[in-house]
Each structure stands twice: as structure tokens, then as C-alpha cells.
Design a protein. Structure first.
Length: 276
């Protein structure tokens, strides 16, 4: 039902310097697969076959990853190594990849608005590949799509975090309307512990209705002087409805070194085939 997913992938990844000096942070591998591929697989699993990448300077490797590499594929054709390409080939065959470049880094809201020409006027997913989510059942975007069928409004994924960590996130407050679903009445981007309306933090998965673009256009810069999607969603919650969904699954903060190492260990121990 939701066909498109937007991937803001223009950020610098300064926490991983020097690794990210000339390589996009989204290409950092968790074991043998780049972060962005985990995200694209999650979107495709949710039926969002149209992947809209909001890229920037120095991000060509991402576009190349979702394209054929004739020379390499010719070299390993017919050898046992070819099986290592099965996953990415499947993603490339099923997905459609579109790109737009963000010229200036003015925040997540601005990145999403930059993707408007790739999305048009339909509801769409947003996936921040720094937040790696691993599930046994349906992925987080697939879970949210189910919910969208019911509510037909914007939805954000949330997770409880320790109170002293709220300053890293957008934080919501709202009324629980059923198990794991809240109708949002307040959202604050990067609040202090005192300002935080709860410990329900937004994780990088969103379903947005297309009226969000006009709202973003009217949203002034907020936290860190950036145009924040959280602020635009707060307006949408006030004038319409926004739901927050406590998703099922495990999330790793791969935007931080400890989270990235934790994800690497988890994937290696639990998901990486021992015969490779
Ligand atoms: C962004 C959002 C924030 C959200 C977070 C999830 O922040 O602005 O609301 O909680 O992603 O990872 P960033 O991590 O880009 O600073």
C-alpha cells in the first residue's frame, strides 16, 4: 500500500572519522553488509519497492552499491563466491532506486523536503539507516504499514530509553490508545532530562502523509539550528493526528561507535552463516 521509502543518506558521519572521510557512513559494513542495505531490505520487505535516496557529495558509493558491477560479477561468475552476491542482487532486482542530492545539511526535516520530487503526493516511509533494527518476525516498517492501514495518518516508531539518554532523540508524549500505540500530543526534539515529556524516544522509522511537505516548508529551524521533522510532526499532531508505535524488535544505534560494535557482535553471532 505504501510504495516509496525515503532514505536520508547525506550526513557526514563525523563520529566514525577517519573511516568516513571519503566513504559514506551508510556504507560501513555490519559484518559483511553495509548499513544502508539492511535498511533497503527492511523497506522492500514492507512492500516499499521504490527507494528514494537523498544523497550528497561524496556518496557515490551508495548509488554504485545498488547497481550492477559488471567487472566484478564477470570475474566471480560461476565460482562459489557468487553466492555472496545473492542478497544484493535480489534487492537490486526488486527495488527501484531514485536519487536527489541535498546541497546543504540543514536538518532531517530539510532532507525529507529535499526528497519531495521523488515522493510526490502519497504516504511514504522514512528510514534512517543509522538505526539498525533486527526482527524475527516482520520488520519495523512492515509493522508500521499494518498500522497505517488502520489509522491513515503519520506514524513514528518509538522505544523506551533510559531517562538520561533522552537528549539524543525526539521524544513524544501521548495517550495510549491500544497496546503499543499512542496518539501523540507532544513531541520535543533533543530535550533536556527536565524538558522531556516521557522516555519514549523516536527511532529512525517514520510513515509520513504527504501534507508533511507543506508543513516542513513552514517549520522554522529548531534544535541545533536545523529544520526538524519532529517539529513538523508536532504541528501535524496538533492540526490532525500522529501516532507513535512501540515496535517489536531490537534496535542498534549504529550512529555511535558502541552501538555499531554491539550490532556487529550481534549479527556475527546470530545471523552470519557459519559456513561463509
Ligand atoms: C534524528 C531525529 C530524532 C530521532 C533520531 C533517531 O536525530 O531528529 O528525532 O530520535 O534521529 O535516531 P539524529 O540522530 O539525526 O540526531
Amino acid at each position: 500500500m505504501i510504495k516509496k521509502c525515503l532514505f536520508p543518506v547525506a550526513g557526514y558521519g563525523t563520529r566514525f572519522l577517519p573511516a568516513t572521510k571519503s566513504m559514506p557512513k551508510e556504507m560501513l559494513p555490519v559484518v559483511n553488509k553495509p548499513l544502508v542495505q539492511y535498511g533497503v531490505e527492511e523497506a522492500i520487505e514492507a512492500g516499499m519497492l521504490n527507494c528514494a535516496l537523498v544523497t550528497g557529495r561524496g556518496k557515490r558509493a551508495i548509488a554504485d552499491h545498488f547497481d550492477t558491477n559488471y567487472e566484478l560479477e564477470h570475474q566471480i561468475s560461476g565460482s562459489s563466491k557468487e553466492t555472496l552476491l545473492e542478497g544484493i542482487r535480489d534487492v537490486i532486482d526488486r527495488g527501484v532506486f531514485t536519487m536527489v542530492r541535498q546541497r546543504e545539511m540543514k536538518g532531517l526535516g530539510h532532507a525529507i523536503l529535499t526528497g519531495e520530487p521523488l515522493i510526490g503526493s502519497e504516504a511514504f516511509g522514512v528510514l534512517l539507516s543509522d538505526d539498525l533494527c533486527i526482527n524475527e518476525g516482520p520488520g519495523v516498517l512492515a509493522q508500521m504499514t499494518e498500522l497505517y492501514r488502520q489509522f491513515r495518518c503519520s506514524i513514528v516508531a518509538v522505544q523506551e530509553v533510559p531517562k538520561d539518554q533522552v537528549y539524543k532523540y525526539g521524544v513524544i508524549a501521548g495517550e495510549a490508545i491500544k497496546d503499543d500505540v499512542y496518539r501523540v500530543d507532544k513531541m520535543v526534539e533533543k530535550p533536556s532530562v527536565e524538558e522531556a515529556p516521557s522516555n519514549l524516544a523516536i527511532i529512525g522509522r517514520y510513515i509520513l502523509t504527504p501534507d508533511i511537505f507543506d508543513i516542513i516548508r513552514e517549520t522554522p529551524p529548531g534544535a541545533n539550528g536545523e529544520v526538524q521533522i519532529t517539529d513538523a510532526l508536532q504541528t501535524q499532531a496538533r492540526t490532525g493526528a500522529v501516532m507513535a508505535y512501540k515496535f517489536k524488535g531490537r534496535r542498534f544505534d549504529c550512529g555511535s561507535v558502541p552501538g555499531f560494535v554491539e550490532a556487529t557482535n550481534y549479527v556475527y553471532e546470530n545471523l552470519y552463516p557459519s559456513d561463509l
